[in-house]
Every structure is written in structure tokens, then in C-alpha cells.
Design a protein around this ligand. Sequence first.
Ligand SMILES: *Cc1c(COP(=O)(O)O)cnc(C)c1O
Length: 355
Amino acid sequence: MKHNFGAGPCILPQDVFKQAADAVIDFNGLSILEVSHRHKDFVAVMDEALDLVKKALNVPNGYSVAYLQGGATLGFAISALNMMRDTKKAGYINTGTWASGAIKEAKKLGIDVNVFASSEDKNFSYIPKDYIAPSDVDFIHYTSNNTIYGTQFKAIPKTDRPLVCDMSSDIFSQEINVGDFDLIYAGAQKNLGPAGATLYIVKDDVLGKSTSPFMPTYFDLKQQVEKESMLNTPPVFSVYVAMLNLRNLLQNGGVKAMEAKNNAKGNLLYAEIDANPLFVGSVAKEDRSNMNATFLLKEDSHQELFDKMWKEAGIVGLPGHRSTGGYRASMYNALPLESVQVLVDVMKEFTRKNG
Ligand SMILES: *Cc1c(COP(=O)(O)O)cnc(C)c1O
């Protein structure tokens, strides 16, 4: 078995893969790939998949959950469209590629975007902290975990405006207070399930209040929620596997237990990055992500040997994003602590040979 440190689509529990494979062959006598989304057996799957999100994250009353398609990339537009109000202004925090993508999309929709905080000056290697969020905006948007750069917000931004968050790469990895947000969205393929579904958690008060003159039916969260994510054919397989994964999560202690496991994995790897004289972390220590740990070799000349060693150890998906270089160890929920130990052992062995 490989140790998959890939950034997404990502590792899921082996049990979930097995159950998903079984359902491709036999889901109550049909394949999950051929069953009608209107069949009661799939409607039950959708209901459970929605319900398990509420259970896992303690979603309070007054919030709805929906599974759409289009990935977080379409979420950039859907969130902006649904949150647009009279001022047509919004505040965005720019912490990297995905946040920049959200900003670009909001601008295209005619929103006057105020980027009131940014870490672009240091190639997105930290989370901006000294800022005052604007109060004359319809909403504030940020990206809780920066998958490419390896930074993560340790606290939500301070604001009295409605808060919108792209949680694609750290949802279900740690406890959150859903009540702090008006809208959360997340592509499934980083921690929830296979690519195809995109999760939305929305405060009901938000629905149907957009001032956008442009609102395709599919983008309207009010209609999506009313139709219980069945406005059109949903991504049946992706929702099914997300349901299996959420069952698995809740059977194993839920998000609280997962947070402890993720802290243990992060601590183990970051301790080695800091102790090992041949490596250096890529981002500010206090902003390090437990989901995506980015680091560099101090000497480029060491790369060939290090790459050979981790590949021989069965590790895959370790190279950094093409825009940053270096290494990125993505440690999503399903990655076992033992896989992180394998990487740490390779780093130690590499340094013993080269130090
Ligand atoms: C991967 C990712 C995206 C893009 O997701 P798609 O589902 O490919 O559109 C957006 N935001 C964050 C934080 C991501 O990690």
C-alpha cells in the first residue's frame, strides 16, 4: 500500500473504498452508478449525507446543507452571487491562489472587492493579522486553509459582517462553530469524498436575498436547498461515498477525535522539519497548516537523493504545487499517523547519509 500525501483528490479510509467498490457492483440489486437519483434508495442516501454533515459539525438550527457540483471554483461565484446585497461591496482576504480566484470571480460579477488584507508581499507564506475588516460591505470572504502554500487560519477573522469561507481543504479536520458563518463551501475531494460534489452550509436567513440581476437557477442556493440538492441530477456516486466517509468519521469519534489525530500528525512532521538541519519549513510557524505541510530542502543538490528515498519508501504525492516547488505533505483525515512516521523516518535516514 502506498502512503498518499497527495493534495487532492485525496486519500479516504480503506473501508470507504471497499464499501464504495461493493456498491458499484451491488447497491440493492443495481449498481450505484445506474440507480435513479429519484429512487427512494438514493433519496435516503442524500438525506443521510445531508444529515451526517449536520451531525459531524453540530450545524445549528436555522442552517441548511446542500451538495452541488462545479467544485469550489464554481463556489467562488455561487458564494458571491448569493451574498450580494445593496452595497455590492465585499471584503476579501487574499492568502493565495484560491483566495485570488475567489476575488477574481467576485469582480467579474460586478462586486466592488476590497482586498483589505493580503500576504502576497511574502509569497503567501503567512496569514495576515494586522487589519481592520471593512464594515461597509455585504460580506467578508476568506480561505480557511491554503492548500498550495500550507498556511491555515487559527482563528476566524474579526468582523461584524456576514462571514463566508472556502473550507475546501480543512472542513471536517477540526471543530468549527458553524454559527460564526453565513456561508461555508467546500469541494468534496480534499477531505470528504471523491471529486464531483461540492458542499454548501448556509444560514437560512441568507437565502433568497441576493440583489444580483443575474441568478441562474442552479446558482441560487434558495432553490437548491428547497429542492434538497435534487434540483437536477446530483453527483450520485460522489454523494454516496461522502455519506460512507461521514459514517466512518462519526463511528471513529467524529471531528473532535479527528482534530486530535490531525494535531498529532502535524506535530510529528513539523518537529522533524524543525529539528532536521537539511530541511526548512516554507511558512510562518504560527500559521502552519495541519492539512498541507510545506517544506524545502536547504540544498537543491540534495533533491535527487531525497526524491529517490521517499519514492522507495512507497510515498506518493509529495512534490509541492507547481507554483511553489519544494515539498508538500498533505495529511488529510484518512492519512494514518504511521504514514507520517514513514516520511519522518525517511527524512532522518536521508540526513544520516548526508549530514
Ligand atoms: C482545491 C481547492 C479549490 C478548488 O477546488 P475545485 O473543486 O477544483 O474547484 C478551491 N479552494 C481551495 C481552498 C482548495 O483547496
